[in-house]
Design a protein around this ligand. Structure first.
Ligand code: FAD
Length: 292
């Protein structure tokens, strides 16, 4: 049963930050409620004040331009990302990711900011955004700050958000030429959280032959979304063949730090990371060859 709480609704960022300051120590931010309400129902979280940010003006936005890239406001729903023509045109991997995230009902309410702030290592947006080199903008009453997303996740369900701080926006630069980013999660039940997932981003040289830059990001395979940096380094400067792909996949699997739970053993997760990492690197590489 959910314990009684005081419900407060902010309509501007300033109003929200004032409320966070006023009720520090005993508040929880609520946006779509898709993760928070589960915790409240289980009695794991019982805030005195619930501060609703869903209707804040200006946070429910998707903007793109050729200088700054993509900006997704924190209260933007998964469904809005999935349906955005801008995202379909410039960051289609996000559409692929969203189509397999939860049910339409959950995507209609759940938000990008809520997903990241929840800090679930099995969340889908984290690995994909990190592969796209995303940063997050946050604010409290005193200041705004921006952090690379890979530094935002600290531990299981723990992020860099401090008390009194609101996540405002996710920012993604324009990918360099000859770059492709892909993502896949492995799960038993379609659209559930992944047992493991892998995002890969590959940038090739201007001839489309050797790798200039690589990101291989593991989901549900460590306490946070995790870059397999040694595997990435093995790719840079190389041309791809089956032998290299096998070594890179093996390295990514070694870099994973998975748990065992009711869904999978640690060994199973590692072997699935290996399979998915190889598949994603190969797919991103092939797509990068033909990208502008
Ligand atoms: C049935 C079901 C299936 C799901 N399947 C998937 C899945 O396959 N993949 C996946 O990735 N996710 C999945 N989810 C999780 C879902 O995507 C997230 O719960 C949702 O995106 C969270 O957004 P929200 O707005 O509902 O957050 P809320 O539940 O409102 O909040 C979540 C947390 O974030 C904090 N918070 C929210 N917004 C902000 C902000 N702007 N600044 C600071 N803190 C903030 C809250 O205080 C809370 O701690 C599933 C959820 C359900 C219920």
């Amino acid at each position: 049963m959910i314990r009684d709480f005081n419900y407060l609704r902010a309509s501007t960022v300033k109003e929200a930050l004032d409320l966070l300051e006023q009720h520090k120590d005993d508040y929880k931010i609520i946006c779509g409620g898709q993760s928070l309400l589960i915790l409240m129902r289980q009695g794991l979280v019982a805030p005195e004040y619930l501060i609703d940010i869903k209707n804040i003006k200006g946070l429910n936005t998707i903007n793109f331009d050729r200088k700054n890239g993509l900006r997704i406001g924190a209260t933007t729903t998964h469904r809005a990302v999935e349906k955005s023509p801008l995202i379909k045109k410039h960051y289609s991997v996000l559409l692929d990711m969203e189509e397999n995230l939860a049910s339409i009902q959950t995507r209609n309410w759940g938000t990008v900011g809520g997903n990241l702030a929840h800090g679930d290592p099995a969340g889908d947006p984290g690995p994909v955004f990190i592969a796209l080199n995303a940063a997050v903008k946050m604010a409290n009453k005193e200041r705004e700050r921006t952090l690379p997303l890979e530094e935002f996740f600290i531990d299981y369900f723990e992020t860099a958000l401090e008390e009194g701080e609101l996540l405002l926006e996710v920012q993604m630069p324009i990918p360099p030429p000859k770059t492709a980013t892909v993502y896949e999660k492995f799960n038993i039940i379609k659209n559930e959280l992944g047992i493991v997932s892998v995002a890969a981003s590959i940038t090739l040289d201007e001839n489309g032959l050797s790798c200039k830059d690589a990101r291989v990001v593991l989901g549900a395979a460590a306490p946070t979304p995790k870059r397999a940096k040694k595997a990435e380094q093995m790719l840079v400067g190389q041309t791809l063949d089956e032998k290299l792909l096998d070594k890179v996949s093996e390295k990514a699997s070694q870099e994973a730090d998975p748990i065992a739970d009711i869904h999978a053993t640690e060994a199973y997760r590692r072997s699935m990371v290996k399979a998915l990492a190889g598949k994603m690197v190969k797919k991103a590489w092939e797509q990068a060859k033909t990208s502008a």
